[in-house]
Design a protein around this ligand. Structure first.
Ligand code: HEC
Length: 131
């Protein structure tokens, strides 16, 4: 690695560490990913009357999982007993099927696998802006 590249790498690492996570997400990138992979099933508009396959994700970070009153078709999250935070969202987005199974849920219409941790962080950063 050249000295210049090394310096840039060092600064990027320092920035990532300073922001509290090695994968500080980029919400703009996350929004693009959301539009191509999540939008068809999830509205993000507050009090949206249009029904989609999945629950509205406005305000989802900090909300108790599986409890949006206007959504009555929870399967994977039925009876879930936790609040959505970075760690839970990361696990859900890594492999939703595996996640629902782990928490004792039923088979869900949501089947998402995101192997790239930085992409997951981007999507989570976007979800945090939905409030
Ligand atoms: C095929 C439709 C579909 C796609 C695509 C989809 N989801 Fe979902 N999602 C659902 C359904 C259905 C649920 C309800 C889960 C259950 O209990 O079965 C859900 C639940 C969720 C929840 C929990 C909401 C709550 O009220 O607790 C989050 C967060 C979420 N999805 C995020 C995403 C993200 C981010 C993406 C894109 C990477 C995505 N979903 C893609 C259908 C989908």
């Amino acid at each position: 690695m050249s000295k210049g590249k090394f310096l840039v790498f060092g600064m990027a690492l320092a920035l990532a560490l300073a922001s509290g996570s090695a994968f500080a997400g980029d919400s703009d990138k996350g929004q693009k990913i959301f539009q191509s992979k999540c939008n068809m099933c999830h509205s993000v508009v507050q009090n949206d009357k249009k029904k989609k396959v999945g629950p509205n994700l406005f305000g989802v970070v900090g909300r108790k999982a599986g409890t949006l009153p206007s959504f009555t078709k929870y399967k994977g999250l039925k009876g879930a007993d936790f609040v959505w935070d970075d760690a839970y969202l990361d696990e859900l987005l890594t492999d939703s099927k595996k996640f629902f199974k782990k928490i004792g849920g039923k088979k869900s219409k949501m089947v998402v696998k995101t192997a790239d941790a930085s992409k997951r962080a981007d999507v989570i950063a976007h979800l945090k802006t939905l409030k």
